[in-house]
Ligand binder design. Structure first.
Ligand code: HPA
Length: 278
């Protein structure tokens, strides 16, 4: 990463040449097992990350690794289907180029979705939770090594309050209950211990997961407005009989993806008009 304006510009140019320019209402990063959102899309074009210069290779099962442009609620959206995680690469900035490219292609809003564990006994698998704030518990930061003052990104309202209000409105309109919570980022790939989850709860975390936080920081760095939704796939370790597994994460995310897609459809329908392409 570091000082990679050139890499972002190269990726954005290649995507422009592949027909991905023209502005979008929103970009959406999909979490593990949440591919149903793409099925709800009227697809215009797609490209494998492997064919975009400087995009990461995404190798986790449950992730495809492709960028998809299409329409949701009649609005142009860009979907990052698959993300590169810190635990794959040891690089907290693994999503630097894709997120910079999204900003350059004219998507002003980034919706981050993920599968997460719940530390709240009353928030059960299948719940949709709007991310209100985060805790970068891994201690890592994707902006380490950036050299200019833009690196001092304010994170006070990182999860845009107006977008959270749109999410609540969208959820209400489709009769989908939505909660709000604080997401704590553990590096993974091992799941947490029950003692770590007790700590997470004591520190104010409602959700735990292995993604999203570095992307929210990078997105704010690139000037994107950020929203986030967690799909609760399991009770976090030691909460009730919670003993998370990747198989369970994928299965519950798969079952819940359709509801997430409906929520995102209603959310995108409420975003301001910004796209410029026909
Ligand atoms: N912990 C961390 N990451 C996760 C979990 C969890 O319980 N569930 C889904 N992703």
């Amino acid at each position: 990463m570091k000082a990679s304006i050139g890499r972002v510009a190269t990726a954005a140019q290649a995507l422009g040449e592949a027909g991905f320019g023209g502005g979008y209402a929103c970009a959406i990063a999909l979490g593990t097992g949440l591919g149903a959102v793409v099925e709800a899309l009227e697809i215009e074009r797609m490209i494998a990350y492997a064919n975009v210069p400087h995009f990461p290779a995404s190798g986790v099962s449950g992730h495809k690794g492709r960028l998809v442009a299409g329409r949701l609620a009649g609005r142009r959206v860009l979907i990052l289907e698959g993300r590169s995680h810190y635990y794959e690469t040891g690089d907290a900035a693994a999503m630097h180029v894709p997120l910079g490219a999204i900003a350059a292609l004219g998507a002003p809003v980034l919706m981050l979705t993920n599968a997460a564990g719940s530390t709240r006994p009353e928030t059960r698998p299948g719940a949709l939770v709007a991310i209100a704030d985060h805790i970068a518990f891994s201690g890592l930061n994707p902006l380490i090594g950036e050299t200019d003052d833009r690196r001092f990104v304010p994170m006070t309202n990182a999860y845009d309050p107006a977008l959270r209000a749109l999410l609540r409105d969208a959820a209400g309109a489709i009769g989908e209950p939505i909660e709000e919570g604080v997401y704590m980022w553990f590096s993974g790939p091992s799941f947490e211990t029950p003692a770590e989850i007790r700590m997470a709860r004591a520190l104010g975390a409602d959700l735990v997961g292995m993604s999203t936080v570095p992307e929210a920081i990078l997105a704010r760095f690139f000037g994107l407005r950020v929203a986030g939704v967690s799909v609760v796939t399991n009770m976090a370790a030691g909460i009730g009989d919670g003993s998370p597994s990747h198989a369970e994460t994928k299965a519950v995310a798969g079952e819940t993806g359709g509801r997430l897609a409906r929520l995102l459809d209603a959310f995108v329908a409420r975003l301001p008009e910004t796209e410029t392409a026909p």
